[in-house]
Design a protein around this ligand. Structure first.
Ligand SMILES: [Zn+2]
Length: 88
């Protein structure tokens, strides 16, 4: 039996796919193409493979909870630091 590639819907060619656009250390924007979901012919999450395009985000309730907790804690630290700096 000869193996054949499954013929699906044609996917958008690479040059026409949206760029990642993440902020780079050089001050520009990332020009790499976003990670592509070939099955649905769409971007996975809009970022390239170096900038979180392969990330699935939290997969469990526990993971989501920890993520939001860290987000809140980080913001609280940031606010405290900001308040301390503005007082002189
Ligand atoms: Zn990127």
């Amino acid at each position: 039996m000869v193996k054949r590639r499954k013929l699906g819907v044609p996917v958008t060619p690479k040059p026409e796919r949206p760029r990642c656009g993440a902020k780079t250390r050089a001050g520009g924007r990332c020009k790499a193409p976003a990670v592509w979901n070939r099955r649905n012919d769409e971007v996975r999450n809009g970022r390239c493979r170096m900038h979180g395009g392969l990330s699935t985000g939290p997969r469990t309730e526990e993971g989501l909870r920890r993520t939001l907790e860290a987000l809140r804690a980080g913001r609280a630290r940031w606010l405290a630091k900001r308040a301390a700096n503005s007082k002189y």
